[in-house]
Design a protein around this ligand. Structure first.
Ligand code: ADP
Ligand code: MG
Length: 573
C-alpha cells in the first residue's frame, strides 16, 4: 500500500489512539480463552479417564468459567468500541468525501461518471472499514497459531516440521483458489448490476418497446444476459465445491499425520495426554488462519484500489478544488463583458468559443442566438465559472470574475434551464431550502409574479405538495415557472435563460415571456433561445456563429444585415 494511503487512514484514526489500543488489547483477551481453555479441557478429560470426579469437575468448571468471562463479559465492551470507531470513521470519511465531490470543478463530472462517485461515496469506505476489522482479527488469530507452532516444536522437532508442511500445503491450495473465486464473484456482481439496470430500463420503456414491436428482441437479449449470469454463477459454485472438498481432504490427511505423531509421544510418555487434546483442538485454527490470510490478501488488493481512489479525491490528486478570488461586489450594476475569450472543453477538441467579444448592459432584454452547438450554453457555463476560460477575460462590472468570491458570484447570477432542477420535497421547502426565513406570503408573491400561484393553489395540498418522486409530476412549463419564482426570490442582478422556453406549449411560453418582461426593468437578462419568436422584441440580439460574435442588432436591423440571422429566422417560419 502506498504511504499516502496509510497517511489518509491514520488521519482519520489518530484521534482515537487510546481507544484503538484498548480495542486491540480487548480483542487479544478475547482470543486468550482459546489458548488456555484447551489445557483445562485436556486436564478435565485426563481426570475423567481416571474416574476422579472432584478434579474432573474443578477443571470443567474452570474451563467453563474462562469462556463465560472472556466470551460473554468481554465481548460487549469490545464490540462497543469497535462500533464507536467504525461509525465515526465511516461518518467522517463519507462526509469529507461528499464535501470534496461538492467542490470539484465541473470538468470532473464530465470525466467521471455519477455512478462512480456514488460508489466512491459508499462502497469504497465500507470496504476499507471491513478490511481494518479483518486485519485486527487476523493478527489475533495469528497469535494463537504462533502459540500452536511453539507448542508443537517444544514437543518435538518432527511435530513442528509436520505442522509447517501442513500450513504450507493448505496455504498453497487457498492461494490458488481464493483469488479466482473472488474474481468470479466480482464478475457476477457486475453482471447482476447490469441485468438490473437493463431490466429496469426495459420495464420503464415498455410502451416504447411494444410500439416498436421489439418485445421479442429484447426478451432474447435478456435471456442472453441471464444465461451468462447463471453460467458464471454455476462456475463459481463448482469451483467452490472443488476447493472445499480438496481442502477437507488434505486437512484430514494432515491432521491424521500430526495427531499420530503426537499420540506416539503420549504413548512413549514424553508428553501429557492433555497436550494431545490441546493440539487436537488447535489444528483447525491453523487451517482457519491460512484461509483467512488468503482472503485478506485478495481483499487487501481491492482495498488498495479503494484507498488510492479515496486518496485521489480527498487529497486533490486528480483535480484542484474550485478556486475563487476575494473581491466582493457591492451594489452590482450587472454589466457583463467577454474580452477575447477562447475556450475549449478538452485539449484535443476544437474551440467552443473563439475570440469572443461581447458586452451586455443591464436593464434591457438581451438575446443570444445561433445554431445548435455554436457555443451559446458555453457562454453561460463560463459566466457561472463551471469552466474557466483558456484565454481572455470575463468581467462583471469591470471585475474579472476569477477575482470574485464564490458567494459574490453566486449572489449575482442565476440561471434557468430547459429542465430546471427541483428538489424532491414540498414546493414550500424548495423555497425554504434556498432562503430559510422566507414566509409563505412572500413565496406566494414570487409565484404570482411567475404565474404559477393559481396552479399551486388548485392542488389539494397547495404549497405543501411534494414535487417529484412520490409526489406530483410537474409539466416542463410549470417547473420552469417555479424555477423563475425561485430566481425572483434569490433576486440576483443577472438572470440567464438557457433555451428555457424551447419545449413549452404556447400558454406557458406566453406566461414566461411576461415574467421575463417584468424582470428586464431592473436586471440584466440574457436569453438564449432556439425559437426566435420569443426574442423578436429583444432590445438587442447577439448572433453567435461557431464560437464568435457574428453580428449584433435588433430584429429589424439583423434581418437586413445578417444572412445567418435571416436563415435562422426563415427556417422557423
Ligand atoms: P449551444 O448551446 O449553442 O447549442 P454549446 O455551447 O452547448 O452549444 O456547445 C458548443 C460546443 O462545445 C459544441 O461543439 C459542443 O459539442 C461542445 N460542448 C458543449 N458542452 C460540452 C462538454 N460538457 N464537454 C465537451 N464538449 C462540450
Ligand atoms: Mg445549449
Amino acid at each position: 500500500m502506498k504511504k499516502n494511503s496509510f497517511k489518509l487512514l491514520w488521519h482519520y484514526l489518530r484521534n482515537d489512539k487510546l481507544k484503538i489500543i484498548i480495542y486491540i488489547f480487548l480483542i487479544l483477551l478475547n482470543y486468550l480463552p482459546s489458548l488456555i481453555s484447551a489445557y483445562f479441557w485436556g486436564k478435565a478429560l485426563e481426570y475423567l479417564i481416571l474416574k476422579d470426579m472432584t478434579n474432573f469437575s474443578i477443571y470443567l468448571l474452570v474451563w467453563t468459567a474462562i469462556y463465560i468471562i472472556f466470551y460473554t463479559f468481554l465481548q460487549v465492551p469490545t464490540q462497543k468500541i469497535y462500533n464507536y470507531l467504525s461509525t465515526k470513521f465511516m461518518r467522517n470519511v463519507s462526509y469529507d468525501l461528499y464535501k470534496k465531490i461538492d467542490n470539484l470543478p465541473s470538468i470532473a463530472f464530465e470525466e467521471i461518471g455519477v455512478g462512480e462517485f456514488v460508489n466512491r461515496l459508499y462502497d469504497d469506505i465500507d470496504r476499507i472499514m471491513t478490511l481494518l476489522a479483518q486485519l485486527v482479527k487476523l493478527i489475533c488469530q495469528s497469535i494463537v497459531v504462533i502459540f500452536v507452532f511453539i507448542l508443537s516444536f517444544s514437543i518435538s522437532i518432527y511435530l513442528g516440521a509436520e505442522l509447517v508442511i501442513f500450513s504450507l500445503i493448505m496455504g498453497l491450495i487457498s492461494y490458488n483458489f481464493f483469488p479466482k473465486i473472488k474474481e468470479t464473484q466480482k464478475e457476477i456482481k457486475s453482471e447482476v448490476d447490469g441485468y438490473i439496470k437493463n431490466a429496469t430500463e426495459n420495464i420503464t420503456g415498455i410502451r416504447e418497446i411494444k410500439a416498436l414491436g421489439i418485445k421479442k428482441n429484447i426478451e432474447v437479449s435478456i435471456f442472453k444476459r441471464l444465461n451468462n449470469l447463471f453460467k458464471h454463477n454455476k462456475k463459481i459454485k463448482n469451483y467452490e465445491t472443488t476447493y472445499y472438498s480438496l481442502n477437507n481432504l488434505i486437512y484430514f490427511i494432515l491432521q491424521f499425520a500430526i495427531l499420530l505423531t503426537c499420540g506416539y509421544f503420549v504413548i512413549e510418555g514424553k508428553v501429557e495426554y492433555s497436550v494431545f487434546i490441546m493440539l487436537d483442538m488447535y489444528i483447525w485454527r491453523v487451517d482457519n488462519v491460512v484461509e483467512n490470510l488468503s482472503d485478506f490478501g485478495v481483499n487487501y488488493s481491492k482495498v488498495k484500489v479503494s484507498l488510492s481512489r479515496l486518496d485521489e479525491l480527498i487529497n486533490n490528486r486528480l483535480y484542484k478544488d474550485e478556486e475563487f478570488g476575494n473581491v466582493t461586489l457591492n451594489d452590482i450594476k450587472g454589466i457583463i463583458e467577454f474580452k477575447d475569450v477562447c475556450f475549449k472543453y478538452r485539449d484535443n477538441e476544437p474551440y467552443a468559443l473563439k475570440n469572443l467579444n461581447l458586452k451586455i448592459e443591464p436593464n434591457r432584454k438581451v438575446a443570444i442566438i445561433g445554431r445548435s452547438g455554436n457555443g451559446k450554453s458555453t457562454i453561460f457555463n463560463l459566466l457561472l465559472r463551471y469552466f474557466d476560460v483558456n484565454e481572455g477575460i470575463i468581467e462583471i462590472d469591470g471585475v474579472n470574475i476569477k477575482d470574485l468570491t464564490e458567494k459574490s458570484l453566486r449572489d449575482s447570477i442565476s440561471i434557468i434551464r430547459q429542465s430546471p432542477y427541483l428538489f424532491n420535497m414540498s414546493i414550500k421547502d424548495n423555497f425554504k431550502l434556498v432562503k430559510k426565513d422566507v414566509t409563505l406570503t412572500e413565496i406566494r408573491k414570487y409565484c404570482q409574479n411567475a404565474y404559477i400561484d393559481d396552479y399551486i393553489m388548485s392542488l389539494p395540498k397547495k404549497y405543501d405538495t411534494i414535487i417529484g418522486e412520490g409526489g406530483i409530476n410537474l409539466s416542463g412549463g410549470q417547473k420552469q415557472r417555479l424555477a423563475i419564482a425561485r430566481t425572483l426570490m434569490l433576486n440576483t442582478k443577472i438572470i440567464l435563460f438557457d433555451e428555457a422556453t424551447s419545449a413549452l406549449d404556447n400558454e406557458s411560453q406566453e406566461y414566461i415571456k411576461r415574467s421575463i418582461d417584468n424582470l428586464v426593468k431592473d436586471h440584466t437578462v440574457i436569453i438564449v433561445a432556439h425559437r426566435l419568436s420569443t426574442i423578436i422584441d429583444a432590445d438587442l440580439i447577439h448572433v453567435i456563429n461557431e464560437g464568435h460574435l457574428e453580428s449584433t442588432g435588433t430584429h429589424k436591423e439583423l434581418l437586413n444585415n445578417s444572412d445567418l440571422y435571416k436563415k435562422l429566422y426563415n427556417n422557423e417560419e
